[in-house]
Structure formats: structure tokens, C-alpha cells
Design a protein around this ligand. Structure first.
Ligand SMILES: Nc1ncnc2c1ncn2[C@@H]1O[C@H](COP(=O)(O)OP(=O)(O)OP(=O)(O)O)[C@@H](O)[C@H]1O
Length: 266
């Protein structure tokens, strides 16, 4: 099954305010995890919404998928419908845009998602009584149960403890390989990005600052330029490199875009 995503001169504007411009990437394929990194307000969520078709914009988002499924977006802030149980909410996610009736394969998919994320014990709890981290795990289950081919995860582990972060990111990497899903994951923890990502996409000031293998892209020079920090990247042989931040190189990092106002919205 073919699953590929390519961005060609992609841009986003909110009204007259241009947020992203000229985002062009190599083709991202099924089985790959791409970490989308960059400072606050760099445009990561906006890019995901644009890829998912939730907001309009310029350029071309090229999705190649033999089943015709659209990319599946897990937002950063997931709304909570307190009336539903965890199980019901995952069932609804599975049925989104689908037919009436629930087949055995669909029940099996819900079971699988609950167990994969180790939240089967929460199945009949109300969403409104969950902790922030538990809700985040349920949101990930709601995404997985849809069997996506291209998955856009917006800071999916921001509310999780260290162990859960490790487990969930490992699961995402495993599923990407096993099911040949193309995963884009916005993440602020660059050490985790170094651990799980096959490629890194760096957004800064509304532009693509870099794209490539994490070890080649995440360098002290990039960290200073994009995040405004003085840092070193330590790499012991055979181990994942890790970043140690020593200090600040300037007062602010370069997330907010100074792009010219959009013309199209006049
Ligand atoms: N619906 C909206 N209307 C107007 N401006 C918006 C809207 N959503 C986001 N923005 C603006 O777009 C810019 C990029 O926001 P976005 O959420 O895409 O950044 P981000 O990289 O995901 O940030 P963070 O790391 O803080 O989550 C910000 O300046 C933000 O204020």
C-alpha cells in the first residue's frame, strides 16, 4: 500500500497575517517518523491543520494513498465531552465518517488500541474524570483506532510522565514501521526527537529552516540559530545523541514569523 506525503510551496495565513510560507519538503513515506520541531508559534500546528485539510492555504499538499484516506490529525488540545466513556469515545472515533453498525473487526480495533496504550482499565470511566495525561492517551487511542495511513500528532506526549512518554513514542515508532504509517509528530523534547525520528523538519519564523536526518540537522549551530540557546550535542558511539543546554544566546527564540502580510486575503 502506497502512503506518501510531499509538501510543495505550502503556506498558511490567518486573515492578512501570513504564518507559513514556501514550505517544500522531500517526499515522506510510510514507515517514517518525521519530528516537526521549532519554537513556540513557529507554525507547527498550523502546518498540521493545513495538511489535514482543516484550513485553506497556498501551495500543494500532495497525499498519495492507495485507499484514499485523508491524513488523521491529533490536535494539541483535545476537547472533552464529559458525557462519554473512554470506550464510547474511541468507538465514535472509529466510526467517524463511516457506515452504520459495528463489526467485529471494529470492536477488535478498539480492544487493540486500549491495550496498546495500556488504558483498558479506563474503558468505562467518563472522559470528564480523567487526568490530563490519561485524556492524552485516550486521544492517541482515538487516532490509532482509525488505522491512519498518514498520522499528524501534535505534541501527543506533552502531558505524560517520563515512562508513558517513552512507551507512547516507542509505540508510535513501532506502529509506523509495522503498518507503514507516515507519522509527523510535533514535539518540543528534542532528545525524544533524536531518539525516535527518522527525519526532522525544522520550522522557524514561518519557514522551513532544515529537513533531514536528526544527527545531521540537530547541531549546536541550529539550536542557537533557531532556539537561541547555547547547547552541545553529545554522541557516544552506538548511542542516541543527546542535547545539553548551557544557556541563552539571546532573549527570545525565533518562533514568531516576520513574514509579509498575505496578499490573497485582501
Ligand atoms: N486560528 C488562528 N487565528 C489566528 N492566528 C492563529 C490561529 N492559530 C494560530 N495562530 C497564530 O499562528 C502562529 C503559529 O501558531 P501555531 O499554533 O501554528 O504554532 P506552533 O508552532 O504549533 O506553536 P506551539 O509550539 O506554541 O504550539 C502564532 O502566531 C499563532 O498566534
Amino acid at each position: 500500500m502506497v502512503k506518501r506525503l510531499t509538501l510543495n510551496d505550502v503556506g498558511v495565513a490567518y486573515g492578512k497575517r501570513r504564518i507559513l510560507d514556501g514550505i517544500t519538503t522531500p517526499t515522506m513515506a510510510g514507515g517514517e517518523v518525521v519530528a516537526v520541531i521549532g519554537p513556540n508559534a513557529a507554525g507547527k500546528s498550523s502546518l498540521f491543520r493545513r495538511i489535514a485539510g482543516l484550513i485553506p492555504g497556498t501551495g500543494k499538499v500532495q497525499v498519495e494513498s492507495t485507499t484514499g484516506k485523508t491524513p488523521c490529525y491529533l490536535p494539541q488540545d483535545t476537547a472533552v465531552n464529559a458525557v462519554l466513556t473512554v470506550y464510547e469515545s474511541i468507538l465514535l472515533a472509529r466510526k467517524q465518517g463511516g457506515s452504520w453498525g459495528v463489526g467485529d473487526d471494529e470492536l477488535a480495533a478498539i480492544d487493540e488500541a486500549l491495550h496498546a496504550l495500556d488504558i483498558a482499565d479506563l474503558a468505562f470511566r467518563g472522559l470528564g474524570e480523567l487526568s490530563g495525561g490519561q485524556r492524552q492517551l485516550v486521544s492517541i487511542a482515538q487516532t490509532l483506532v482509525r488505522r491512519p495511513e498518514i498520522m499528524l500528532l501534535d505534541e501527543p506526549t506533552s502531558a505524560l510522565d517520563l515512562h508513558r512518554q517513552f512507551e507512547v513514542l516507542s509505540l508510535v515508532g513501532r506502529l509506523a514501521r509495522e503498518r507503514q504509517i507516515c507519522v509527523l509528530i510535533a514535539i518540543h523534547d528534542l532528545n525524544q526527537a533524536l531518539r525516535i525520528a527518522d527525519k526532522v523538519m525544522v520550522l522557524s519564523q514561518g519557514r522551513l529552516a532544515a529537513f533531514g536526518a536528526p544527527r545531521e540537522i540537530i547541531t549546536p549551530a541550529l539550536l542557537e540559530e533557531v532556539y537561541g540557546v547555547v547547547a552541545r550535542v553529545e554522541a557516544n558511539e552506538g548511542e542516541t545523541p543527546f542535547i545539553v543546554v548551557h544557556g541563552s544566546a539571546r532573549r527570545h527564540s525565533r518562533g514568531e514569523t516576520p513574514l509579509a502580510p498575505a496578499q490573497a486575503a485582501e
